[in-house]
Design a protein. Structure first.
Length: 401
């Protein structure tokens, strides 16, 4: 239990740190001239948001499998210490990039942060190391809970720390300096309290730099699972476009500032926690998993469509509950279906492939979103609606019948 607690504290701090910056980047690049001067048009600013986000995901796609294999070779603790140290550096670099108005530093920060974020594979491996078949699902559920808590607390903290109406010297750099301190604390916690969980260290474990690409390619060769992976890819692209670019609409059309965006993200996080903690649990046994997945995609599509029509904050929040319901139900049930369809011997490999598919979608989403919102501000929502609906139709035609 002590080992599990150390792992959960590590992942909770990691997720809170990630959540802190989520409401910052949009307003920083759209509503200020701290990094992008007045010569940048709205179109150019949208592209910069997409490039920054995609840079993080590109490096994460490569680093995840590498760090997972490296932790098999030298141990989980060493890899976690290295990656959390890199995360600390990345937040500091981002803060100084804002201070000096240097876009190159922001890009460097996101690249380093993406490399470090591959440690999620190490976290999952650590939990697997200390789990039995009987408690593994519960342990992974705790990681999901940490993600939810981080997604609620992080944006709220980021909103407060960037608001100079609360404290005069708060600004856009304050959340990044605070997060770097939080990450440094995490580094010391790992060093002092985290006990190595890998009892079968293999000095000869193979580390392939292109394993992420190989995993992505192999997703489309598996006849039994490729349609599931295709659905995951489409849905994550749509949801990533929404999470990155709906804030652009909130800024441009509803004049949201950083605090309001942070509170909105926290609200979404609360909705997902409630949905996964209450509704998802009750859906097990009530309906077939395939029926639930199809239903969740249709709910998400309807939610995105309704959200595009919202004209007041009240309707934004109400329609966002529907979007959160679709996402909150889809994610655990599609993962369960993929796990069920995969052989017991290939569970780890299948998880790696699914992670690569999601990372690929998180690369495509921001780049696609930048192009779409420059055409029409509502496309960030219509993309989610259309891609969710296509996923539902693919699923219905190929698997549910």
């Amino acid at each position: 239990m002590k080992k599990l607690a150390a792992i959960l504290v590590t992942i909770l701090i990691d997720f809170i740190s990630f959540g802190i910056i989520s409401p910052i980047i949009g307003p920083l690049l759209k509503s200020s001239f701290l990094v992008l001067d007045a010569s940048y048009s709205d179109t150019s600013r949208n592209y910069v948001i997409g490039i920054l986000t995609a840079t993080f995901s590109i490096f994460q796609l490569f680093s995840g499998p590498i760090l997972g294999s490296l932790s098999d070779r030298i141990g989980r603790k060493k890899v976690l210490n290295i990656t959390v140290g890199l995360t600390f550096i990345s937040y500091l670099v981002f803060a100084f990039g804002i201070l000096y108005g240097n876009l190159s530093l922001l890009l460097l920060s996101r690249a380093v942060g993406g490399i470090a974020a591959g440690n999620l594979a190490v976290i999952f491996s650590s939990v697997s190391d200390i789990s039995t078949p009987e408690n593994k699902t519960a342990h992974f559920g705790m990681i999901g809970a940490c993600f939810g808590i981080g997604f609620v607390l992080g944006p709220m903290i980021g909103s407060v720390l960037s608001n100079n109406e609360i404290v005069e010297w708060f600004n856009y750099t304050t959340p990044f300096f605070f997060t770097s301190i939080l990450t440094l604390l995490n580094w010391f916690l790992i060093k002092w309290f985290y006990t190595e969980t890998n009892t079968n260290i293999n000095p000869n474990a193979e580390v392939k730099w292109n394993q992420g690409l190989l995993n992505f390619k192999s997703a489309w060769k598996n006849e039994n699972l490729k349609y599931y992976f295709f659905m995951v890819f489409l849905f994550v692209v749509g949801f990533t476009v929404f999470t990155q670019y709906f804030q652009v609409k909130l800024i441009d059309s509803f004049h949201y500032d950083t605090p309001k965006i942070g509170y909105y993200y926290s609200f979404i996080g609360i909705c997902i926690i409630i949905i996964q903690g209450v509704i998802v649990r009750n859906l097990y046994g009530m309906m077939q998993e395939k029926q639930v997945v199809l239903m969740s995609l249709i709910i998400a599509s309807i939610g995105f469509t309704l959200l595009s029509t919202a004209e007041t904050t009240l309707w934004i929040y109400l329609f966002s509950i529907i979007v959160a319901m679709g996402q909150g139900i889809f994610s655990p049930f599609i993962s369960g279906l993929i796990s069920t369809e995969a052989s017991k011997e290939n569970q780890g490999e299948t998880f790696g492939i699914q992670s690569a598919v999601q990372a690929g979608a998180q690369i495509c989403g921001p780049l696609l979103g930048a192009q779409l919102v420059n055409i029409n501000i509502n496309f960030s929502l219509w993309a989610g609606a259309i891609l969710s609906f296509i996923s539902a139709m693919v699923f219905y035609k190929k698997k549910w019948n």
